[in-house]
Design a protein around this ligand. Sequence first.
Ligand SMILES: Nc1ncnc2c1ncn2[C@@H]1O[C@H](COP(=O)(O)OP(=O)(O)OP(=O)(O)O)[C@@H](O)[C@H]1O
Ligand SMILES: [Mg+2]
Length: 140
Amino acid sequence: MNIKKIVVAYDGSTQSKKALDWAIAMGSADTEIIAVTVVRPPEFSPMVSEVDEFYADAERFYQPMLEKVRIYGKSNNKEIKTLILHGHPAESIVHFAYEQKADLIITGTRGLGGFKSLVIGSVAQKVVSYSKIPVLVVKE
Ligand SMILES: Nc1ncnc2c1ncn2[C@@H]1O[C@H](COP(=O)(O)OP(=O)(O)OP(=O)(O)O)[C@@H](O)[C@H]1O
Ligand SMILES: [Mg+2]
C-alpha cells in the first residue's frame, strides 16, 4: 500500500514528537507529511476583537515551535508542512484529514496536559473514536 499523505497531530509534547518520527519513518520519499496544531477557542465569552487577539497570540506562540518542526523535517530530508487550526482538537484533526484525503493520522498517546494516570489522553481517544481513516497512536 502506498501512503501518500499523513496528518500528524502535533501539540509540542514529547509524544507528539514521536508521532512525527513515525510519520517520517513510515512514509516513502513522496509521502506528504502535514503537522497540525489545533488551538482551542477561548473558554470565556469574549468580544469578537478579543477572540482575534487570542488567536493572534496563539499564532505568535506556536509559529516558532512549528518552525522547529519544519527544520527537523529538513534535517531528516523530509519536507514537513505545518498548519495551525482553530477549534476543538480531535474534531479539527479528523475533519482536516478527511478534507485532505489523508491515508493516515498519527497522534501520541499522551499530550501536554491531563492526568498522567490515564493511559490515553482525551484528544487521542476522540481521534480514534471519530476517525474513519486509520489512526496510529504512538506509545511512549
Ligand atoms: N491541540 C492539539 N493539536 C494537535 N494535536 C494534539 C493537540 N492536543 C493533543 N494532540 C495530539 O494528541 C496526543 C495525545 O494528547 P492528549 O491531549 O489526548 O493527551 P493529554 O494532553 O495527556 O490529556 P488531555 O488533553 O486529555 O488532558 C498528542 O500527543 C498529540 O499527538
Ligand atoms: Mg492534551
